[in-house]
Design a protein around this ligand. Structure first.
Ligand code: LMR
Length: 406
């Protein structure tokens, strides 16, 4: 008899993920001298992504002392949530009885749970995202069942935020809508707001009745853990209701351990209790409980003075490495005859910048030189090695197929 159900015939041709597929393609490329500027992963000058020393030490301690793998609970590791809110929001805000925290599978899990929560509270809300934003933000919003709109953010002509255009759009967001903001190290552009601009945005959102959702995925990679959190803290101080998704992937190098947190600030302690109930329900019907290992590592590090100091020092080393690669790249472009065209690379923060080159040039770079980056022309500077800078600049000059400005 013929099988007639054919349930799984309906799917369209698979589309590769615009960022994650690059890792596979890069690995399969046999060419020597290939350069991987794709997924946002930190690498040292040997091309390795090392386990941070404090993480290794914490893992050793956990291995030696843990006696069970029994379930922890829907909220995950509560000590982890306290340590992360303290690190991100600072002690004063973190101590509030209006914060609902739930550990999530990575920052992505926190974003999804946050959007699911918004759907349960206000399904008609529109989520406003910066133009451009992380490749996965809009799919996450859409899969959760929400609408989105884009507010102007990045100005490709200057490599910085177009604050005037942003402020004008933010002032017009209807009450009850949600704005997604990148806490620091904007992905993909590396263009961040300064503190005064954060203050202005926070004031507009407060008077406009807009809920802010701050995505915090790179704390420590811009100017250091505290300055990087200044915008987030400004938002949480000013707005009665706000959300934070936190990722430990980059700041603790825990990528594959899927370690994240969703924090929801409510208007009252009563709202917080009810929101937490809803968050547990959403988690229960999604992944149930989050993976434990990464969170246990992070809370071990953050609650031990020596380990914490060690982690901070290593994170700062990673940050300084990116800062120096940014300078080296901008200088190499200048020396190659590009004038000040790429000087913005020095001002951008964190792992990423947009080269401002077209998808055709991105394709040529890959074909001719084995240089991999997403079609947007985003480069992961944290994945570059110092000895690759001159080859990269030569490859880009060639693939732009234009005379550099003299
Ligand atoms: C990136 O943008 O490269 C990272 O956030 C990793 C990812 O999941 O896309």
């Amino acid at each position: 008899m013929e099988y007639e159900a054919s349930v799984f015939q309906v799917f369209p041709e698979p589309q590769p993920d615009g960022i994650l597929q690059l890792t596979q393609d890069f690995r399969a490329d046999p060419r020597e001298g290939k350069i991987d500027l794709g997924v946002g992963v930190f690498r040292d000058d040997s091309g390795a992504t090392p386990i941070m020393a404090a993480v290794r030490e914490a893992e050793g301690r956990l291995l030696a002392t843990r006696e069970t793998k029994a379930y922890i609970g829907l909220l995950g590791d509560v000590a982890f949530a306290e340590a992360i809110t303290d690190l991100a929001l600072g002690a004063a805000l973190a101590g509030s009885d209006r914060l609902a925290n739930i550990q999530t599978p990575g920052g992505t899990g926190a974003l999804r749970l946050g959007f699911d929560l918004i759907v349960s509270a206000r399904p008609e809300a529109t989520v406003w995202v910066p133009g451009p934003t992380w490749l996965n933000h809009i799919p996450l919003i859409t899969r959760a069942g929400l609408k989105h709109k884009v507010y102007p953010y990045y100005d490709a002509a200057t490599g910085a935020v177009d604050f005037e255009a942003m402020a004008e759009a933010v002032a017009a967001i209807p009450a009850g809508d949600v704005i997604l903001l990148h806490g620091c190290c904007h992905n993909p552009s590396g263009a961040d707001l300064d503190l005064e601009q954060w203050r202005q945005i926070a004031a507009m959102l407060t008077s406009g009745g807009v809920v802010a959702f701050v995505d915090m995925a790179y704390q420590g990679f811009g100017d250091g853990p505290d300055p990087d959190a200044a915008g987030l803290r400004t938002i949480f101080s000013a707005l009665p209701e706000a959300l934070m998704s936190y990722s430990c992937s980059k700041s603790f190098g825990l990528y594959r351990e899927r370690t994240g947190l969703l924090t929801v600030q409510c208007e009252t302690a009563r709202d917080r209790t009810h929101a937490l109930g809803q968050m547990k329900l959403l988690a229960r019907t999604s992944h149930s409980m989050p993976p434990d290992h990464g969170a246990a590592v992070v809370s071990t590090i953050l609650r031990d003075d020596a380990l914490r100091a060690d982690w901070l020092a290593e994170l700062d080393g990673a940050r300084l490495r990116v800062v120096s690669l940014r300078s080296a790249l901008a200088e190499a472009f200048g020396a190659a005859g590009f004038g000040d065209r790429f000087d913005f690379l020095k001002d951008n923060k964190g792992m990423f910048s947009l080269l401002g080159i077209g998808a055709d040039a991105v394709a040529r770079l890959r074909k001719r030189y084995g240089v991999y980056m997403p079609a947007s022309g985003r480069i992961n500077i944290a994945g570059l090695q110092a000895q690759q800078v001159s080859r990269l600049v030569e490859a880009i000059s060639d693939c732009l197929e234009m005379e550099p400005v003299k």
